[in-house]
Design a protein around this ligand. Structure first.
Ligand code: G1P
Length: 288
């Protein structure tokens, strides 16, 4: 059973300036729910209730989201707005939250390595909150799907999806042998390929990592973009424990881009705005 899930959340989110000048990008809402909460819900639904968040300067709003706010609670208590806090409250009841800071912006690999003191020596999940993922209706979320694959293979698992060839330079790209429909034993991987990509199978922001990744990250030199890349450390695992890539069932929105953010907003608004379920974003209205 994997209990821990790491959320690298130290990035500046410069594509969303000026909003991200004072708001962490992970707190930008899709309809009324902050991006990071979607990710924490996905982790908690997969049984990963020890939430470890790697933050940086100016990210206090994330800690405040998962903490009591007696003034707001008193203000909505007994009103029709009370249910809007239910899901956040559920996460606060069922999960623990711990935080550490990435000291320098040295890349995703370095951010994950910064989380080592919160994770320790057990396999763990990783969620990049700006990849907002949703499973097929009524089915497992992406992390829960990946957990089942981990239980069979006991090695690092990465989520992938097919992207158009002209977009491969934006992602980590894997190639490998399909061992079951949608399941690949990875043979090669490259972060943000400049020339011809080995395939169009792009890594998306969900990982299950075995803890040897930390030692590998310590030995991983800066790669694409001058940053320490998790893709490069994972490449070292290919011949040392193996890596499985999994074409997940569901949808993923790239909420690190304006286009994906708007797409996700429209999707969640049209799918859930009429729902009374407190688990989903609430109905938009005009009240303050
Ligand atoms: C990171 C990873 C990359 C992956 C992507 C998914 O890149 O390094 O391998 O494909 O997330 O969103 P970033 O988007 O942080 O540049």
């Amino acid at each position: 059973m994997i209990k821990k899930c790491l959320f690298p959340a130290a990035g500046y989110g410069t594509r969303f300036l000026p909003a991200t000048k004072s708001i962490p990008k992970e707190m930008l809402p899709i309809v009324n729910k902050p991006l990071i909460q979607y990710g924490v819900e996905e982790a908690a639904d997969a049984g990963m209730t020890d939430i470890a968040i790697v933050t940086g300067r100016g990210k206090h709003a994330i800690e405040d989201l998962f903490d009591n706010n007696r003034i707001i609670e008193a203000a909505v208590n007994g009103t029709d707005k009370e249910s809007l806090l239910e899901e956040t409250n559920r996460l606060m009841r069922t999960c623990t939250f711990s935080y550490t800071r990435q000291k320098e912006m040295k890349g995703l690999g370095d951010a994950i390595l910064s989380g080592e003191p919160l994770i320790g020596n057990l396999p763990f999940g990783v969620v990049l909150a700006d990849d907002l993922c949703t499973g097929e209706h009524g089915r497992d979320g992406i992390l829960a799907q990946m957990l089942k694959i981990y239980e069979q293979h006991h090695c690092s698992i990465i989520a992938i999806e097919e992207v158009p060839e002209q977009d491969t330079h934006k992602y980590g790209i894997v190639s490998g042998v399909e061992i079951e429909p949608g399941l690949y034993r990875v043979e090669d991987m490259v972060e943000k390929p400049q020339g011809t990509a080995p395939s169009n199978l792009a890594i998306i922001g969900r990982y299950i990592l075995t803890p040897d990744i930390f030692d590998l990250l310590r030995d991983t030199p800066a790669g694409a973009g001058g940053e320490v890349q998790i893709t490069d450390a994972l490449k070292s695992q290919i011949n040392n424990g193996g890596v499985i890539a999994y074409k997940f069932r569901g949808r993923r929105f790239d909420c690190g881009s304006i286009h994906g953010f708007v797409e996700a907003t429209n999707y969640f608004y049209s799918h859930f705005s009429a729902s009374d379920s407190p688990r989903q974003p609430g109905r938009a209205d005009n009240s303050a």
